[in-house]
Design a protein around this ligand. Structure first.
Ligand SMILES: *Cc1c(COP(=O)(O)O)cnc(C)c1O
Length: 456
């Protein structure tokens, strides 16, 4: 067979025009979200209208519509950064001396440096279409805040971003990028919200957490009827919008006569992995193919591998609906030496359910190993990966090394979610040998579990 090209792109005609809603093919549905006051299941999209814009609430609750048309305006916007390339990692394969074929889908070719722009586009577009004027959100490492700043600038909306305080301090250039796109950035916890003031009163020196920034962003959005909140991961709607990654990957692989034996992604809130794997998981759910799916998460924030599958709040302030998911407890904050993103306490309910039902595997890895993988990849494939993405690289390398042992030429597909240009402090620590690994003890985790809401 002719050698597969290094990069495979789709033509405009080949591009997907619909998102894929994996819930339509799941044999069992994720459990419904619960109202935080009554603990009763949310039954209608209207229950969420105060928080998200209406079309997104409908998508959030829609477990039936298999394909949802991508609005023309979003398809137009996607043209600025899509299609993303499917890349055959020939150089990495050679360095590993593996018979495996390694492919990665590279989502870092836009200013946000990540896949997050796929979902940000939808959130900004639907908010504008509803006549809203502003959005609020949180950001951890900064990619989501940047992505939403870009999309809000394009569609014409104001944006306030609550940025987890440690990253605000570590990544001043992230803030500058967001401000360039017109967003207002506030370090969280802050004194601009009741939630933030309460958290600061308890713990004045806290570096903040995503869960806390989410509470602040929601509180502020609720004050203004022309404003809604946008969340960059975890939610069903976000997995829906990210399905574009896997749909494109599948078409690109068909073009070169390939199909993955293993699909690997890093997992923070689950959106990139959910998006990358959806189209392939559909084949597994409908008995057309049987790929393996592997989530790779940090050992310092191990929600799938060591969390509880339970109802929990999506935020620290406990104002969001409850979701049934793998969680470390909404009070969980990863240890300060944890460098990359992937620091969310919970996990997408869709991914959680698939994992619980045995459709997916998960592994946790310490950060020094992640940066070793990142460095090897950077030297071979020439792309400096985001630390988050490097978790998936690590997973792919492990699978490729297994193939070296067994002599099997498996086809591995992983998601390279983004670039690491804003993570140089972490790379510097790694290069200087000062990066430490911290794996929480069972007692550490128990403190998070103790705070889980009592449901039933
Ligand atoms: C946000 C982010 C992730 C993790 O989020 P998921 O919702 O789990 O995909 C991974 N990689 C990059 C580059 C990110 O910005």
């Amino acid at each position: 067979m002719a050698k597969v090209p290094y990069k495979t792109y789709l033509t405009e005609e080949e591009m997907p025009k619909q998102w894929y809603n994996i819930r339509a093919d799941m044999k069992e549905q994720p459990d419904p979200m619960l109202n935080p006051g009554t603990l009763q299941p949310l039954t209608s999209p209207e229950d969420l209208y105060p928080v998200f814009c209406e079309e997104l609430c409908k998508q959030e609750m829609d477990s039936q519509t298999r394909y949802i048309d991508i609005p023309e305006e979003i398809l137009d916007y996607y043209k600025t950064f899509r299609p993303s390339p499917l890349i055959r990692a020939y150089h990495l394969e050679k360095a590993l001396n593996t018979p495996a074929k390694i492919y990665f889908k590279f989502e870092g070719n836009n200013t946000s440096g990540s896949h997050k722009l796929n979902a940000a586009a939808a959130m900004a577009y639907y908010a504008k279409a509803q006549g809203l004027t502003a959005l609020t959100t949180e950001t951890g490492a900064g990619q989501w805040g940047t992505a939403l700043s870009m999309a809000c600038a394009y569609f014409g909306l104001d944006l306030t971003v609550y940025m987890v305080k440690v990253s605000y301090q570590q990544k001043p250039f992230r803030k500058a990028v967001m401000e360039t796109y017109g967003a207002k950035i506030i370090p969280s916890p802050s004194d601009t919200t009741e939630v933030g003031r309460a958290i600061l009163a308890n713990n004045p020196n806290t570096g903040g957490s995503l869960g806390c920034a989410i509470s602040e962003a929601i509180e502020v959005s609720m004050r203004d009827d022309s404003c809604r909140y946008a969340l960059g991961s975890v939610l069903n709607q976000v997995l829906l919008h990210q399905s574009i990654i896997g749909l494109e990957s599948k078409i690109a692989m068909e073009k070169i006569g390939e199909y993955p034996d293993v699909v690997i992604g890093c997992a923070g809130g689950g959106s990139n992995l959910g998006g990358l794997m959806a189209a392939f998981m559909q084949d597994k759910l409908t008995d057309k193919a049987n790929a393996r799916f592997i989530a790779v998460e940090p050992a310092s924030c191990p929600s799938l591998t060591r969390g509880k599958y339970a109802y929990d709040f999506c935020d620290t302030g406990r104002i969001t609906p409850l979701a049934k998911m793998y969680t470390l407890g909404s009070d969980f904050i990863p240890s300060p030496n944890h460098a990359g993103g992937l620091r969310y306490h919970g996990m997408s309910p869709i991914l959680s359910k698939l994992y619980y039902d045995g459709y997916m595997e998960a592994v946790a890895v310490e950060q020094n190993k992640v940066f070793e993988a990142a460095t090897l990849f950077a030297k071979q494939e020439q792309i400096l990966p985001a630390p988050e993405s490097a978790h998936a690289i690590y997973g792919a390398i492990q699978e490729a090394l297994k193939c070296k042992k067994s002599g099997e030429a498996k086809t591995i597909l992983f998601g390279l979610t983004g670039t690491g240009y804003f993570d140089m402090q972490a790379y510097t620590q790694f290069n200087e040998g000062t990066m430490t690994d911290y794996v929480p003890s069972d007692a550490d985790l128990q403190r998070g579990f103790d705070g889980l809401p009592k449901v039933d």
